[in-house]
Ligand binder design. Structure first.
Ligand code: ADP
Length: 732
C-alpha cells in the first residue's frame, strides 16, 4: 500500500472519528440538558413537599391540642357523672358482656358491708354467692343454689324483669337490670323500703276500713230490722185508728203519728241505701217487670197528695214501646218514686207529666229508654241546680223550707241510675218548673207488643173532653192507635157543640172548671143522646155520693195504663156491637164468680189484726195460719189463690213451709204465688227468701197499697174483682 492511500485511509478514519466525536458531544449535550431539566423539576418538587410537610406538621399540632382539650372535657364529664352516681342513695353498677363488674357506686358496694372482693372485676355469679353465703339477702325457705340459679337465669335474659329482694336488715331493694349494646349490663338497686312500708300500712288501713264498713253494714241491718218491727205496729195501728170514728183533734194526732212514722221509715231506708251504695254493697237484681204498671202504681200512691193540691198527674208512655222490660224493678221504682214524689211535692199548682219514650236497637232486645218527669212547680234557682244531686243537698230558701226531706233522694237516684249504666239530669227554671230525666238501656222482656186490634165498626169517632191540653194529647194519641178518630174539646160547652157530628163515644175528664164531667154527662143525656160515656177522674171516691154516676158507662181512674183503657174500650165496643145483634144480647148470661181466696201465715196476733183490718175493704176470702205447719195444711184444704207468708214463725218458719208447698206442687203442676212478709230489709235476707221459693217480698211495716197491689195482681180470672170499695182503694 502506498503512502497516499495510507494517508487517505488515515484521513477517512480521522474524519469518521471526528464525526463520531461530534455525535457523541451532541448526545452528551442533550443528556445534560435533560438532566438539568430533571434536576430543576426535582428541586421544585422538593420545595413543594417541604411546604406540605410544614402544613401537616402544624395541623398535627392543632389536632394534638384539640385532643388534649377533649380529654380534659371527658374527664370532667366523667368526674361529674361519677360524682352524681356516688351521690344518689340507690345502688348503681355496670358489668361487661362477661358479667364482670366494671364499676359500682358506694351505695351498691355498701350492701356488701366492706367485703373487699366485691369491686371492679368481680363476676355476677360471685356477687350472688356473697349475697347468699354472707346472709346479706333474705331468701326465705329457698335453697341458696336454687336462688342463685333463678337470679342467674334472670340475669341472662335479654330484658330481665325488675325483682324485689329483702335484705337481712329488713330493707327492700328493687333490682332493675338493663342490657345495653354489646352485652353490657347496667344495674340499679333502688331502696324501696319506705314504699313497701307505706303499702303495708295502706293494706292494714284498708283491712281495718273494710272491717269497719262490714260492722257498719251489720249494725245498719240490725238497726233497720229493730226499728222496722215496732214501726210496723205504730204505722199499721195508726192507719187502722184513722178508719175509726175520731173527732178532728184526734184525727190530727193520728195523722201526725202515721206521717211521722212513715217519714222516719223513709229516712231509715235512705240512709241504709246510701251506705250500701257507698260501701259498693248494692247489687242490681234484674227481673222481668212491667214499667208502665210500675209507673201507674207510683201514681196511685201519689194521687191523694196531688189531689189535695189540685195537681193533675199525666202519664205519656210511648205507644209503640213494649211495657215489659228486664231490670231491677225495685231500684227503678225507687228512682221513679223519688223523682215523681219530688215533682208532686214541689208543685203547688198545674201538673206533673211522666213521659216515657224509647228507641229499640236493631237486631237486639235492648231499648234505650228515656224517662222524663216534668212539673210546673217552684223550680230550682240556676246557681243551685248544679248541687242538687249531691248528698244532703236541699235548696235552702224561703219557699223551699216548707218541704220536708232528707236531701238524699236525688243522690241515691243518681248513683242507682249510674249503677245501671245510665245518666240522670235536670233542667229547671225558677218559678216555672223542673224537668228531671234519666236514660237507661234495658232489654225488652217480651216481643214488641202487637198493636192493639181495632175496635168494631160501631165505634169510630170519640169525643175527648179535658181542660188540660196534655191530657187531651195523650188520650187522642192512644185512641188513634185503636183506629178511632179523636175530636178534642177543652170544655163541656165545646163538647156539647160537637154532639151529633157522628160521635160514637165520649171520654171526659171529671174535674173541669165551669161544667164538670158529670154535669156534662147529665146534659148529654138530657139532650137525648144515649151514646157511651167514659168518665176519667183522679179520684173515684165521689162516685158513691153522686147518683149521676149511673149515667156513665165507665168510671176510670186517671192516669190509666193504656192496656186498661184499651180493655175498657173493647168492653164498651163489644157491648155496643152486642146491642146491635139482639140474639147475642139475649144470650149473654152473666156467670157468678167466687171470691178470691187469700191465706196469710202470721203468728203475731197484732200483726194479724193489722192485716185483717187493712184488707177489710176488699172482696176476698181471708184465712190465717199461725205457723208454717198450719200454712201447709191450709194450702191443701183451702186451695188459696195467694199466700202471704211471714218468715219468722214458731214450729216451722216461712221458708221451710214454702219449700214444702213447692214440693207438693211438683205433683199438681200448679204454682201458688207466695209473698214473703219480713222485717228484714237487707239484700242478703232477700236472697235467702227468694231462694227458698217465695215469689215476692214485702218488708214490714206493711202498706195497704202494696198489699192491695199484690192481691190485685194475683186475682185469678175465675174470681170476682177484689176492689168493691172505691174509697178504700183510694186511701191506699
Ligand atoms: P229531699 O226531697 O228529700 O229534700 P232530694 O235529694 O230528693 O231530697 O232533693 C234535693 C233537693 O232538690 C230538694 O230538697 C229540693 O230543694 C230540690 N228538688 C228536687 N226535686 C225538685 C223539683 N221537682 N222541683 C223543685 N226542687 C226540687
Amino acid at each position: 500500500m502506498n503512502l497516499a492511500s495510507k494517508l487517505a485511509d488515515e484521513r477517512r478514519l480521522r474524519l469518521a472519528a471526528e464525526r463520531l466525536l461530534e455525535q457523541k458531544k451532541a448526545e452528551l449535550f442533550a443528556a445534560n440538558r435533560k438532566l438539568g431539566l430533571h434536576a430543576r423539576k426535582l428541586s421544585h418538587e422538593i420545595v413543594e413537599t417541604r411546604a406540605e410537610v410544614q402544613t401537616i406538621r402544624s395541623e398535627n399540632e392543632k389536632v394534638k391540642s384539640d385532643l388534649t382539650v377533649a380529654h380534659q372535657k371527658v374527664e370532667i364529664a366523667e368526674r361529674r357523672l361519677w360524682h352524681s352516681i356516688e351521690t344518689i342513695h340507690d345502688g348503681f353498677a355496670f358489668f361487661d358482656s362477661d358479667s364482670r363488674m366494671i364499676a359500682a357506686n358506694k351505695a351498691y358496694l355498701a350492701v356488701f358491708d366492706g367485703l373487699e372482693e366485691v369491686g371492679p372485676g368481680v363476676s355476677y355469679m360471685q356477687i350472688l354467692q356473697f349475697l347468699t353465703e354472707e346472709g346479706i339477702v333474705d331468701i326465705g325457705d329457698t335453697r341458696p343454689t336454687e336462688w342463685r340459679e333463678m337470679m342467674l337465669t334472670r340475669w341472662h335474659q335479654p330484658a330481665p324483669e325488675p325483682i324485689v329482694m329483702r335484705l337481712w336488715s329488713g330493707e327492700y331493694i328493687k333490682l332493675i337490670d338493663q342490657r345495653g349494646h354489646g352485652g353490657d349490663v347496667v344495674t340499679l338497686a333502688l331502696n324501696i323500703s319506705d314504699t313497701v312500708r307505706y303499702e303495708k300500712e295502706l293494706k292494714r288501713e284498708r283491712r281495718r276500713a273494710e272491717e269497719a264498713a262490714r260492722a257498719k253494714a251489720a249494725f245498719l241491718a240490725n238497726m233497720s230490722h229493730e226499728i222496722r218491727t215496732p214501726m210496723n205496729g205504730v204505722v199499721g195501728m195508726a192507719e187502722l185508728l184513722k178508719d175509726t170514728t175520731l173527732d178532728d183533734e184526734q184525727q190530727l194526732y193520728v195523722d201526725t203519728i202515721k206521717n211521722s212514722g212513715e217519714a222516719l221509715l223513709v229516712i231509715i231506708n235512705d240512709i241504709l241505701d246510701y251506705s250500701k251504695i257507698e260501701a259498693d254493697k248494692l247489687v242490681l237484681r234484674p227481673e222481668p217487670f212491667d214499667l208502665e204498671r210500675t209507673i201507674h202504681e207510683i201514681v196511685m200512691l201519689l194521687q191523694p197528695a196531688a189531689r189535695d193540691k189540685g195537681i193533675d198527674i199525666a202519664v205519656d208512655f210511648d205507644l209503640f214501646l213494649p211495657t215489659g222490660f228486664v231490670g231491677d224493678r225495685g231500684r227503678i221504682r225507687q228512682v221513679l218514686t223519688n223523682l215523681m214524689g219530688n215533682a208532686v211535692k214541689f208543685t203547688l199548682r198545674g201538673h206533673v207529666l211522666i213521659r216515657v219514650v224509647g228507641v229499640q236497637k236493631e237486631d237486639s232486645a235492648e231499648t234505650q229508654l228515656h224517662v222524663t218527669i216534668e212539673d210546673t212547680g217552684i223550680g230550682i234557682a240556676a246557681d243551685k241546680v248544679g248541687h242538687i244531686f249531691g248528698e244532703f243537698n236541699q235548696v235552702e230558701d224561703e219557699r223551699n223550707r216548707q218541704f220536708e226531706g232528707t236531701g238524699l233522694g236525688l243522690a241515691i237516684s243518681k248513683k242507682l241510675i249510674e249503677l245501671m249504666g245510665g245518666r240522670i239530669w235536670v233542667d229547671s227554671e225558677e218559678g216555672k218548673g223542673s224537668s228531671f230525666g234519666f236514660r237507661i238501656a234495658l232489654d225488652a222482656a217480651d216481643a214488641p207488643r202487637q198493636r192493639p186490634h181495632s175496635l168494631p165498626a160501631v165505634m169510630r169517632r170519640a169525643l175527648v173532653v179535658d181542660d188540660l191540653e196534655i191530657n187531651r194529647i195523650i188520650l187522642a194519641k192512644q185512641l188513634e192507635t185503636l183506629g178511632l178518630t179523636p175530636v178534642c174539646c177543652s170544655s163541656g160547652a165545646e163538647a156539647l157543640e160537637q154532639l151529633g157530628n157522628g160521635i160514637d163515644l165520649v171520654l171526659t175528664d171529671h174535674n173541669m172548671p165551669e161544667m164538670d164531667g158529670l154535669e156534662l154527662t147529665a146534659e148529654i143525656r138530657r139532650r137525648g143522646f144515649d151514646l157511651p160515656i167514659m168518665l176519667l177522674s183522679s179520684s173515684t171516691a165521689f162516685a158513691e155520693r153522686d147518683p149521676a154516676i149511673g149515667q156513665v158507662q165507665a168510671l176510670l181512674q186517671k192516669p190509666l195504663p193504656r192496656a186498661e183503657l184499651f180493655a175498657r174500650l173493647e168492653e164498651i165496643a163489644a157491648g155496643l156491637a152486642a146491642l146491635h145483634d139482639e140474639d147475642q144480647a139475649a144470650a149473654a148470661v152473666p156467670v157468678e164468680k167466687r171470691a178470691m181466696r187469700v191465706l196469710a201465715a202470721e203468728d203475731n196476733k197484732t200483726n194479724q189484726l193489722v192485716f185483717r183490718k187493712m184488707v177489710k175493704a176488699l172482696d176476698i176470702d181471708l184465712q190465717f195460719a199461725t205457723n208454717g205447719i198450719e200454712a201447709i195444711e191450709l194450702y191443701q184444704s183451702y186451695d188459696p189463690d195467694l199466700i202471704f207468708m211471714d218468715i219468722s214463725m214458731p214450729k216451722m218458719d216461712g221458708k221451710e213451709a214454702t219449700a214444702e208447698i213447692r214440693a207438693l206442687e211438683c205433683d199438681s203442676g200448679r204454682h201458688v204465688p207466695i209473698v214473703a212478709l219480713t222485717a228484714h230489709a237487707m239484700d242478703s235476707d232477700r236472697d235467702g227468701i227468694l231462694a227458698a221459693g217465695l215469689d215476692h217480698y214485702l218488708t214490714k211495716p206493711l202498706r195497704k197499697a202494696e198489699i192491695y197491689a199484690m192481691i190485685g195482681e194475683n186475682c185469678p180470672d175465675t174470681a170476682r174483682p177484689v176492689i168493691r170499695d172505691e174509697d178504700a182503694a183510694q186511701s191506699a
